[in-house]
Design a protein around this ligand. Structure first.
Ligand code: DMJ
Length: 575
């Protein structure tokens, strides 16, 4: 019993503080044990907490990456549904919310808002007319009443995901668009805006109403090519088919007006399976190739009877410009195959000629493309020629490495000049053309600005092909200048004078077709209308790149495979 009591009291004595006070070594040991255990527990808890935080961060990262992966899959502009046998429907809605830089996304939204403002004003005051006069709030039929702004806007609305607006426009095309007009139409303007706009809407939406209408208008334009040489007359009556040239050209055809229908008519042949459109326009190039000069520079007037060119201005600006653009783009549209090699050859020859026109300003060394009459260079450049930096960049990667970087550098230098056409004026908007007097760098000649797209077009290509975000900054500055000077209550207007900012009364259809589209794409991922799969016509209407048809061996349209090319080559988008 005494033993039991004694072992129990021995056990309990360890709980008695007096026990430790009499044994300081044990107290210290106990203290050390207590501190170590506490530290161990605290350390474990901290580790667990840190791991939990890490796991939750990793989960968030995984979720973010999963979202990005999903979006990247959509970025490939997935062909979602085959809505008919000849084309695929591109679902741009799935492109909404693409993960990009938040600033890019914000800027894209601002551009979309600008489009909405322009379009809503057109819908309200000029519905079905060619163009809106925003100040007087009425429509005008500058192109014969073909709904030019409406057709020019279709693909922009589609790409921006403005679906209700696109649908309303589509209903108008289906129900009200009538080409049977006793009107002398420009073959060039009608092709690039109307045929191009309809074909692009068809390629994006797969809705066959657009193809039917494109065929209707192209059939009305086709007699213009029935000339002794095959070089088209530039004006044709849409109801009667009588064709002629404008009186002020002395009977000649204009180079750009005659050599800027190839993309649209080749695309139409591909989509209808009827080679007649392609044959007419390709013959023009064959004819011009016969007397193509060593420097590849053609004067702006060509005789439609003999197919020869006269002694007139050589320019990459008005009346020359898009002829050179289409040499390159038909080669791209034709998948760069042997059948279209002569287009590339002619384009490269013209680029040699372009190099001979390149000069630098003093004192600031801006690079510009001069014009030429006979053997004399004229120190003048149109803003219209500012499409050239984009074209040169697009064609640069088709050269070997040395020439490729030489041409890309040239494109970048020219883009800097064009950007400065904007930056050098009080409104920060470019005039129509510039003169370069020694010691004065650039001086505005014709001082209006009609909302033209060429500079932002080039910025778009340069950003796509170099990835240099500077081009986005320049584009954003130009957009802000349009917002500041050109936005009015009922749309956008040009300026009569970029020095004073006095406004005109016209919202050009190419502002919606081109300027706003290129700006929107400048702030969109490169996969939105990928340059591997699409080629833009000169009015910024993207046409899907599909296999060429061989005249005489036409396939039925149902056999034409217009699925997107999947080839991805290098940072220049495969070119
Ligand atoms: C557009 O109609 C086309 O870009 C054409 O090639 C040139 N002019 C206008 C825009 O400035």
């Amino acid at each position: 019993m005494a033993r039991t009591r004694s072992s129990s009291s021995i056990r309990w004595r360890y709980l008695n503080p007096a026990y430790y006070l009499k044994r300081p070594k044990r107290l210290a040991l106990l203290f050390v044990a207590f501190v170590s255990i506490s530290f161990f527990v605290w350390d474990r808890q901290t580790l667990v907490r840190e791991h939990e935080e890490e796991i939750s961060m990793l989960k968030e990262e995984v979720e973010r990456l999963q979202i990005e992966l999903g979006e990247l899959k959509h970025e490939d502009v997935v062909s979602v549904k085959k809505t008919n046998t000849t084309t695929t429907k591109i679902d741009m809605k799935k492109m909404d919310g693409l993960a990009t830089d938040p600033i890019e996304a914000q800027r894209r939204e601002k551009v979309k808002d600008a489009m909405l403002h322009a379009w809503t004003s057109y819908e309200k005051y000029a519905w079905g007319h060619d163009e809106l006069q925003p100040q007087s709030k009425n429509g005008v039929d500058s192109f014969g009443g073909l709904g030019a702004t409406l057709i020019d806007s279709l693909d922009t609305l589609y790409i921006m995901g403005l679906d209700e607006q696109f649908q309303r426009a589509r209903e108008w095309v289906a129900d009200s668009l009538d080409f049977n007009k006793n009107y002398d139409a420009s073959v060039f303007e009608t092709t690039i805006r109307v045929v191009g706009g309809l074909l692009s809407a068809y390629d994006l939406s797969g809705d066959s109403v657009f193809l039917e209408k494109a065929k209707d208008i192209a059939d009305r334009l086709l007699p213009a090519w029935n000339t002794p040489s095959g070089i088209p007359y530039n004006i044709i009556n849409l109801a009667h088919g009588n064709a002629h040239n404008p009186g002020w050209t002395g009977g000649d055809s204009i180079l750009a007006d005659s050599g800027t229908e190839q993309l649209e008519f080749i695309a139409l042949s591909q989509r209808t399976g009827d080679s007649k459109y392609q044959q007419k326009v390709e013959n023009v190039i064959t004819v011009l190739n016969k007397t193509f000069p060593d420097d590849g520079l053609l004067p702006i007037y060509i005789n439609p009877h003999r197919g020869t060119h006269s002694h007139s201005t050589i320019t990459f600006g008005a009346m020359g410009d898009s002829f050179y653009e289409y040499l390159l783009k038909v080669w791209i549209q034709g998948n760069k195959t042997a059948e279209v090699k002569h287009y590339r050859d002619m384009w490269e020859t013209s680029m040699k000629g372009l190099l001979s026109l390149v000069r630098k300003t003093a004192p600031s060394s801006f690079t510009y493309i001069s014009e030429k009459i006979g053997n004399s260079l004229i120190d003048k450049m149109d803003e219209l020629a500012c499409f050239a930096p984009g074209m040169i960049a697009l064609g640069s990667s088709g050269y070997g490495p040395d020439d490729s970087s030489k041409f890309l550098n040239l494109a970048e230098e020219l883009a800097w000049t064009c950007y400065n056409f904007y930056q050098s004026t009080p409104t920060k908007l470019a005039g129509e053309n510039y003169f370069f007097h020694s010691g004065q760098d650039m001086t505005v000649g014709t001082s209006w600005n009609i909302l033209r797209p060429e500079t932002v077009e080039s910025l778009f290509y340069l950003w796509r092909l170099t990835g240099n975000k500077t081009y986005q900054e320049w584009g954003w500055n130009i957009f802000q200048a349009f917002e500041k000077n050109s936005r009015v209550e009922s749309g956008y207007v040009g300026l009569k004078d970029v020095n004073t900012g006095v406004k005109d009364n016209m919202m050009q259809s190419f502002f919606l077709a081109e300027t706003l589209k290129y700006l929107y794409l400048l702030f969109s991922p490169p996969s939105v209308i990928s340059l591997d799969e699409w080629v833009f016509n000169t009015e910024a209407h993207p046409l899907k790149i599909v296999p060429r048809i061989v005249p005489g061996e036409e396939r039925k349209p149902s056999n034409i495979n217009v699925r997107a090319r999947t080839r991805k080559e290098g940072r220049f988008g495969g070119f």
